[in-house]
Design a protein around this ligand. Sequence first.
Ligand code: GCB
Length: 659
Amino acid sequence: MALVTAPLPPLLLLLLLLLHWPAPAPADVSPGGVLYPRESETRDVRSLDGIWNFRLASETDPLAGFTHKWFDSDLAQTGETIPMPVPSSYNDVTQEKSVRDHLGLVWYDRTFYVPDAWREKKSRVWLRFGSVNYAAQVWVNGQLAVVHEIGHLPFQAEITPAVKFGAKNRVTVVVDNTLLQTTVPQGRIDSIDTDNGTRAVQSYTFDFFNYAGIHRPVHLYTTPAIFIDDISVNTDIEGDLGVVFYNISYGGYIQPASEPTCYVDLLDKDGNIVVADNGQGDLQGRLDVPNAKLWWPYLMHENPGYLYTLQVRLKSNEWGTEDVYRLPIGIRKLEWNETSFLINSKPIYLRGFGRHEDSDIRGKGLDYPLIIKDYNLIKWIGANSYRTSHYPYAEEIMDQADQQGILIIDECPSVDTENYSPTLLQKHADSLGELIRRDKNRPSVVMWSVANEARTHLTGADTYFGYIVEYVKSLDTTRPVTMATARGFSEDKAARFMDIIGFNRYNGWYSNAGKIDTIKKNVQLEAESWFFKFRKPIFMTEYGADTMPGLHFDPDYIWSEEYQIALMSEHFKAFDALREQGFFIGEMIWNFADFKTAQTYTRVGGNKKGIFTRDRQPKSSAHHLRRRYWALSEEIEGTTRQTVDNYIISSQTLDKTEL
Ligand code: GCB
């Protein structure tokens, strides 16, 4: 269906207006930290996940939910509702196209009880969403609690004044999936002529389905009146000494007569105190850890992903309260120069993937079995890293990276960035600010990626990305900044701001499809050109070929399993040649698994560049990549190679003299 550019229909104008939420200021948006809700002796955590009630906004009156205050009573009282799982995208759960392809607002609600004991303890009650895509407005018992824009990032609010203790409460959420030129990522609303009149449709240039809904866990949790609001940790290594620098911020005081005191201990994996607090009660400090067990990536050490626990106790004499929070941390040091990227003084060679949060039925909804299956596959294949293309992944996914020693290039949700404007710049910066606030303490996060395939040849790209990188550096100088770039090195205006340059290129696919004898030279030439222009470490952030599982052609032919393998092999040759030159620090195939996209004639049920199918079964290429990644690990890290081949023949039975 061709898109027709026509004046916006009135209904759509309303939708666009709504994105700006003409609502009163939220009750108590937390401007501070977003620490993951963790139980402790001073904090209770309850999950609000489960089956919620759900309704699409009316097509004829999309704002009815606001005008008729659907948040003032149970949704079921103002119209029909259907059951909807949380967390999940709503798109693929029903049999209705109208739900899958819905544009604009949807409504969710559910009820929950708040124990009276929480009032007795004078607890503060918080409501936290792991992520809602794209924008959300939340009410508790009809009172506005929090408003948030930008998907894939957590937000929370204190809801103590709104809750009824010892009674039933209601949370109502309205979600808007509309993407405009000023959202992150960007999209456009077009109108098309249909048999039933004009209809508004969402379009976007990025190559994944714009799943929407309450994608990640919803938590209700408590803190004491004076509480630990945020913790920032940096680590260093001085000889055998691990050094942990911490900075604690607190909330809850209106006018403090005296600062609360803070006691910080470091616990090892078994829960033993290895460094006890110095007793001074400072909010900032340094812990020296003799013979520290360092955090190492998978396969770089026999004990990867070693995590200590930073145990923080905040005491307020004035209020007689205590708050306790335990944060997992890893001790490691990152360094980079013109040619290398090092962890704990050893050079890193990234062997990994671009990925997506994507699976059937759930869309981008968090799914615990899938999280563990994916890490099992990553480790089976011998990879050590991936990029959270093209948005921040769930905290529960990131926790596994910390624990299993998988290196993460942490990307904000900016994809195909163009049409640079001050509003976009502000939101793009906000997305990075919120990402860094969330992930700054994670040892697995080793680079910030500020965008994927931004249109960096356009006027304004230099000022825009200069500002973005400066902003990231103002928040964190301990990790390098990168971007998955796709413009040619001679037209690009942003790579100069990066510490490490990643490039995406589809040699043998979008250019010279079917001609694998063009790949090696082109990959080498491009990597060298970036390096000789900027003298910075280079890695390939995307390459690959769409492949229909089960399609075979010999000689290889595009879309077949044979072609995917042949294309990979040519890249491997280029990577090996580049590795010898000393500035090439990694290879990341696109993609870990097949994933859903918008409907277009270039996609058969989605993007098929996965090494695994969407249901995580290996294509032939997975076995091929596995042989390479383990061979690389054997060569670089001295790992004893896993058995990557099945039995073929015993070498003893060969009569070598006859060969
Ligand atoms: C790219 C994009 C990625 C796409 C991929 C493709 O360059 O970064 O989002 O899915 O190409 O397969 O076209």
